[in-house]
Design a protein around this ligand. Structure first.
Ligand SMILES: *Cc1c(COP(=O)(O)O)cnc(C)c1O
Ligand code: SF4
Length: 445
């Protein structure tokens, strides 16, 4: 299949879109001024059921829908467009709205950037001791954009909001020194939009002497779901698969952290073929997705997704809560509901699919797992724990929040049993003020 990208600029040329009502297309253009979208020929032809597009999960995942913007913002832009507001002014208005939608949640930019040789390492995040995230600058886009995605400021052309790295030497020197790091996670955007030759430069470096402590190289990608031909027929697919083999021959594990949001993304011949080819090259595939209203908020969907993944040799990994950004209200699922969906889906699958963990909030203090809803001392509570934490000592210590059926993020929760703070809160606040790399990872006080 030939890759063809569709954005607000050319989406009217898609045959399946041409036949849609003009009002819908106008709405899509209005939303796209704030929430940029991008789809492609494979998604349009193989994944979306156009007979029922307004209810189609993949349509809603890659094309803008009116309800994704709060009504007041929508009419503000609509009125300005109708009143022929000058383009510069319109852009300013839309940027203001983008800012309100909180493009960089959880203090990611400020808090996790390591310092090496007195310089901040842009495009690197080191939050959890063992794992370093790397955002290669050439990989800061995707094969299609997910309308829920918190990375959208990276694509939406707002200056000063991008995280990316091009100084791979500094990154390498930093890693060589950080002997407790065992994992490097290439992320973006989608690192697999990069040409293989560019990706190889980054990855082969980690196979050189000095990086023996890095046993796992991970790549976070949605290519299997949105463009499986990346592994099959792109003009540098073969080189990509050889690169994967090279990592295995060097004695390291390459793991593809594959994003799949819906079982339909696992249903085509192309994706099944791609999964076989990738696995045959020694790569392990682990799967993750946020839980999203209007897309996958049912136990049946999750159980089917996990079962299909396992049958294809992929291991379910995380169910995430949607981040507080972008079109969150459209995709929002409460903690309570997410937990019930997780529990029911988990109970429907065999042990080999119960490698999934969730629901999980990737919040500033760490990855918080909603373990369950329970009763203690006559109170209904959420039982929570850190799966990853800014301070190692916080991990796996259960803590309790007042049950709140409407809560959908950590910031909505209050400590249970009359406590004023969660056990980790004082230390976390102190770290946030210090904002120093050495305030992180303390094993002991
Ligand atoms: C999720 C995440 C990781 C990886 O966590 P694992 O539990 O090892 O998969 C690393 N760094 C950051 C900042 C993360 O959010
Ligand atoms: S592929 Fe990943 S990074 Fe890209 S838009 Fe989707 S969720 Fe975001």
């Amino acid at each position: 299949m030939e890759y063809k990208a569709y954005t607000a600029r050319n989406f009217r040329s898609i045959p399946q879109i041409m036949v849609l009502p003009e009002a819908i297309k106008k709405e899509m253009e209005i939303i796209a001024r704030v929430l940029p979208f991008k789809s492609n020929s494979y998604v349009v032809e193989k994944l979306i059921n156009w007979d029922n597009y307004l209810d189609d999960p993949i349509f809603k995942l890659t094309f803008p829908v009116r309800e994704m913007l709060p009504a007041n913002h929508f009419s503000q832009i609509e009125n300005s467009v109708n009143a022929s507001m000058p383009e510069a002014e319109l852009q300013q208005l839309c940027n203001g709205i983008k800012m309100e939608l909180n493009p960089h949640p959880a203090g990611q930019l400020e808090m996790n950037m390591p310092v090496f040789d007195g310089k901040k390492l842009e495009g690197v995040q080191h939050k959890y001791k063992e794992t370093v995230l790397f955002f290669p600058s050439q990989g800061q886009t995707c094969h299609a954009y997910c309308t829920f995605c918190f990375r959208w400021p990276q694509f939406s052309g707002m200056e000063g909001m991008k995280i990316s790295a091009s100084h791979s030497d500094e990154f390498g020197n930093y890693l060589k020194q950080q002997k407790e790091v065992t994992n490097v996670l290439f992320t973006g955007g989608d690192p697999l939009v990069m040409k293989t030759s560019v990706l190889a430069r980054y990855i082969e470096k980690l196979l050189e002497p000095g990086f023996e402590h890095i046993h796992t190289i991970r790549i976070g990608s949605k290519a299997l779901a949105y463009w499986p031909y990346r592994f099959l027929t792109d003009n540098d697919s073969e080189e990509l698969i050889s690169l994967f083999r090279k990592v295995a021959s060097a004695g390291k594990q390459l793991t593809l952290m594959a994003h799949f949001n819906h079982p339909v993304e696992l249903s085509t011949k192309a994706v099944k073929h791609a999964i076989r080819v990738v696995r045959a090259s020694g790569v392990e595939i682990r799967t993750q997705s946020p839980i999203l209203k209007n897309i996958n908020d049912s136990a049946k969907i999750w159980a089917k997704m996990w079962r299909t993944q396992v049958s294809l040799g992929c291991s379910p990994y995380y169910m995430f809560m949607a981040r507080d950004t972008g079109a969150k209200q459209y995709f929002d699922v409460s903690l309570d509901r997410a937990y019930e969906i997780f529990r029911e889906a988990y109970s429907k699958v065999s042990g080999v699919a119960r490698t999934a963990r969730g629901p999980v909030m990737s919040a500033a203090p760490g990855k918080v797992h909603i373990v369950g809803v329970s009763e203690a001392a006559g109170q209904r509570v959420f039982v929570l724990q850190f799966i990853q934490a800014r301070k190692i000592d916080w991990v796996k210590r259960p803590f309790f929040a007042k049950y709140d059926p409407d809560a959908s993020w950590l910031s909505d929760l209050e400590p249970a049993f009359g406590d004023e703070k969660f056990f980790w809160q004082d230390e976390f606040e102190a770290m946030s003020h210090l904002n120093l790399k050495n305030a992180i990872f303390q094993e002991e006080e």
